[in-house]
Design a protein around this ligand. Structure first.
Ligand code: AMP
Ligand code: MG
Length: 405
């Protein structure tokens, strides 16, 4: 059983720092939107009854009085049988109840001839027609993304209450690990996982706390774990297999962390530990770079999204068709790397040639994780598979929009 994950608490943040956060309470509209009746077009504000009989053969001449432009002085009230020059977004004068678009008029000195009737309300964006002050604007659990940010800003809402961002410690383990840019003596490798996982965490919206890699020794891993437990969540990487230099199990036990499980039936990524220590989630993922990324994405990220307050933390796969066949040993669900493209109404996915769990080059350009069922030994070209779109998503060199000139 996976331990439960839930938000750590709430805080109020300025709107400018709220992007990507999840609201922890419903937000009510502070203002009517639009805040005042305004014109949707460039033209003339009129009384609809004055122009009711207007037509190409029966123009109605109105005396031109004043002007209303967006951000300009407020127009005075409109007298009967007059028109006010008006521009898009400008406030409607009192007394006016319709706009005649510029194209349906002819300017004659200080008069305007109206060539088309305009019924009440025409071309007016009425006050509160989108939302009334006090109405629910956004619900708790909504992630503040571009649209939500614009909406909140348009409402002059300066601060929002959001769930706290968990601080997530990343503890790599391995004598062989070196920092980026280090001189790599024989037998050593760059701790590439910490750079990848740091960005995966940042993208989710949690605060990454990358720690120096711990060497493969019980005391070193134990004390690094104790330090990591300052954070709200601890993710250890590597050292969870059954080799003689895999001390993460023992270090967990020495600290008093009791995992609810150590293994999951997926490929890549069999060794995986979920535990709680003093209420804090402690998660051990494999060190293998592919396993680390894949297990993080499919198993760890949804837990962190729950902690962020996301009511829909699980990514949903979409069906795609395999372009080639694939043979495998059945038994575990396999998360294969693929490149998805669109062809007509179909989503096609090509598995990358190297599916070994150590091969980082096989991750370049990957935009799909393909979920292969545990019991299948052979998949055929054209077969439908569940696909999680990932990373940069679907892209192409040209699009429908290129044709809109
Ligand atoms: P482990 O899970 O510690 O047995 O490591 C499995 C494989 O992943 C080994 O080849 C390690 O060298 C490699 N590895 C472990 N941790 C990292 C890391 N942080 N970055 C890159 N490779 C790693
Ligand atoms: Mg190791």
């Amino acid at each position: 059983m996976m331990p439960a994950f839930s938000p750590l608490g709430e805080e109020v943040v300025p709107l400018g720092q709220s992007f990507g956060r999840y609201l922890s309470e419903d937000v009510a509209a502070a203002l009517d939107s639009p805040p005042f009746d305004n014109s949707a077009m460039d033209g003339y504000a009129v009384r609809a009854e004055d122009v009711a009989g207007a037509g190409g053969a029966s123009p109605v001449r109105l005396a031109l009085r004043g002007e209303s432009r967006a951000g300009g002085p407020l127009p005075s009230a409109l007298e009967p049988a007059t028109a006010c020059r008006i521009f898009t977004g400008a406030p409607m004068p009192d007394g006016a109840d319709a706009v005649v678009i510029q194209e349906d008029t002819e300017r004659l000195g200080d008069e305007v001839a109206v060539l088309e009737a305009s019924p009440p309300g025409k071309h007016i964006r009425a006050r509160a027609s989108d939302v009334s002050a006090g109405a629910t604007l956004l619900r708790a659990g909504a992630r503040i993304w571009h649209g939500e940010l614009g909406l909140l800003a348009s409402q002059n809402i300066e601060r929002v209450r959001v769930y706290k961002r968990p601080r997530v410690a990343l503890l790599s383990t391995g004598d062989e690990l070196r920092e980026l840019g280090a001189a790599l003596e024989p037998g050593t490798i760059v701790n590439s996982n910490v750079y990848v996982l740091t960005e995966m965490l940042r993208e989710l919206g949690v605060t990454p706390v990358p720690l120096p890699a711990a060497p493969d020794s019980l005391p070193a891993i134990k004390s690094a774990l104790e330090e990591a437990l300052d954070a709200d969540v601890v993710i250890t990487m590597g050292g969870v297999s059954v080799g003689e230099y895999d001390f993460v199990h023992e270090a967990f036990a020495a600290v008093g962390i009791e995992p609810s499980f150590w293994k999951v039936r997926i490929k890549p990524g069999k060794p995986l530990a979920f535990a709680r220590y003093d209420g804090k989630p402690v998660i051990g993922i494999p060190g293998n770079p592919i396993s680390a990324m894949v297990t993080f994405e499919v198993l760890v990220a949804p837990c962190l999204r729950k902690m962020l307050g996301d009511p829909q933390p699980h990514p949903q796969p979409v069906p795609a068709r395999l372009t080639g066949g694939y043979r495998r040993r059945p038994g575990r669900v396999e998360i294969a790397r693929g490149i998805a493209t669109r062809e007509g109404d179909d989503l096609l996915v090509t598995l990358t040639s190297q599916q070994g769990s150590g091969s980082l080059p096989s991750f370049a350009g990957v935009n799909a994780l393909v979920v292969l069922p545990a019991d299948k030994a052979e998949l055929h070209p054209g077969e439908r598979v569940d696909t999680l779109l990932w990373g940069a998503g679907l892209r192409g060199v040209s699009s429908f929009f290129d044709t809109l000139e």
